[in-house]
Design a protein around this ligand. Structure first.
Ligand SMILES: [Zn+2]
Length: 452
């Protein structure tokens, strides 16, 4: 295999407590050496990359994406999704189970891993369903799913309503040593709300989704976590109250981690006035106070990791033909009539995120909310631990999954250039500072932004 020398970049590797200028030698798919900058001058047959001014960090890992494969190739495939991931700087993404068929069988897990192998791009970490068909009734065979390659369990997309089913799942996953990722929604309270219940949902005339719909379910599940001692992971935390509950549960010994999405920490509910269905997701964008609470929780360590919840959708699923005319930059929408409000409620939930997450995460650094090492913890080290991957560090002898970042490169989000098959983003036209310039997986360059 080939060798690469990344010369004179700022190596940021919190697992090794490294933050400074180093040369990194990649050989035979592994990190062969990390030496002080200038030490690795000429290595035989190695590709020399001048990384001065760039960051060299352990490959970014996203614990929550939807790749729509098998089942929905008009939205995304494993191949397009993994290429989008690599372009965003991710070396591994955890693909959720709400595909068709649902990933509740070893055969589907193996299909996903086979397609990922064919893609020669970022890696895929399969997430197994907790219950067969995501129906919340019958548990999957947890051991068989792990044997096939699953790294996490989740019914994401739908909550697990039956507390007894979840308790039994937690007993199993605790025994096996893996976590359950939880989509926290009490559907009796969310009532298929289209947007956060508040000023914006009222102004548009669409149904509201209260924050208690999330926090009531978080409360129940943290009690189950404390009772069982099992590892639980709270997906896409969106409210101040959920964060307070997580802090309290940790004080009571809960083994709980949590994630936040870039859209929840960057935007508030008002984004729906401009972007309409492309700012509609579950849980919804919240109000300013919640966004500030998310920032505080990122800064104080309550939030463990960033997850994109990458959710590609075609314009038809987003009802853009009917609703697109009401929205767009420069003309915030007004009250929708009854029929269009209904259309809005039925537009698919979710936004793409793989190609904007790093730029949005870097905003937290540029605004001095967090240090670069904390961003690397949230986007690599901590998700690696959740998924129990041999990754998240640049330690010598480790697998060479590496992301090279130009933290100061200014660029404009242009959805038409996405490698993802879908374009549903509320960040079109946004100016961002910083992006991946090179993504290395197992010692191979799978994305080279120097040519972009
Ligand atoms: Zn979810």
């Amino acid at each position: 295999m080939n060798s690469i020398v990344l010369r004179g970049g700022r190596v940021i590797d919190p697992a090794s407590a490294l933050d400074g200028d180093y040369d990194v030698l990649v050989r035979d798919g592994r990190i062969a050496a990390v030496e002080r900058a200038g030490a690795l001058k000429s290595i035989q047959d190695a590709e020399m990359v001048d990384a001065s001014g760039w960051w060299i960090v352990p490959g970014l890992i996203d614990p929550h994406v939807h790749l729509r494969d098998p089942g929905f190739p008009e939205k995304e495939t494993i191949s397009t999704g993994l290429r989008a991931a690599a372009a965003g700087g991710f070396t591994t993404v955890a693909a959720m189970a709400n595909t068709s068929p649902v990933n509740d069988s070893p055969a589907t897990t193996r299909y996903m891993l086979d397609r990922a192998g064919d893609a020669h791009s970022a890696r895929l970490a399969p997430v197994s369903a907790v219950t067969k068909g995501l129906r919340g009734i019958e548990l999957v065979d947890f051991a068989a799913m792990l044997e096939a390659g699953a790294r996490l369990f989740s019914d994401d997309g739908v909550p697990i309503d039956d507390a007894m089913i979840l308790s039994r799942a937690l007993d199993e996953t605790k025994r096996l040593g893996y976590a359950v990722s939880l989509h926290e929604e009490d559907r009796a309270l969310s009532c298929e709300g289209a947007l956060n219940a508040g000023a914006v949902s009222k102004r548009l005339g669409v149904s509201g989704y209260t924050d208690s719909a999330e926090s009531q379910r978080v409360r129940r599940d943290l009690a189950l976590a404390i009772g069982s001692g099992a590892a639980v992971h709270i997906a896409h935390v969106s409210t101040a109250e959920s964060l307070a509950l997580i802090r309290a549960a940790r004080r009571h010994g809960a083994q709980v981690t949590c994630e936040v999405t870039p859209h929840h920490f960057t935007l508030d509910e008002s984004a729906a006035l401009t972007w309409g269905p492309n700012a509609k997701m579950n849980p919804p964008l919240r109000n300013r106070d919640d966004v500030e609470a998310l920032h505080a929780a990122i800064a104080d360590g309550t939030i463990d990791m960033i997850a994109t919840d990458h959710a590609p959708h075609d314009p038809r699923s987003k009802r853009m033909e009917q609703l697109g005319v009401f929205f767009g930059p420069g003309h915030p929408a007004q009250h929708l009539d009854h029929d269009n409000a209904e259309e809005f409620a039925h537009a698919a939930n979710g936004v793409v995120g793989l190609e904007t997450a790093l730029g949005l995460g870097l905003q937290l650094v540029h605004r001095s909310l967090i240090q670069p090492a904390r961003l690397v913890e949230m986007m690599s080290l901590n998700p690696a631990a959740l998924l129990r991957l041999e990754a998240g560090t640049l330690a010598e002898e480790g697998i060479a999954d590496i992301t090279v970042i130009d933290p100061n490169l200014e660029w404009t989000v242009a959805p038409e250039k996405f490698l993802s098959r879908s374009r549903n983003t509320p960040f079109a036209g946004m100016r961002l500072k910083g992006r991946a310039v090179m993504t290395i997986v197992g010692g191979e360059i799978v994305y080279d932004g120097r040519k972009a």
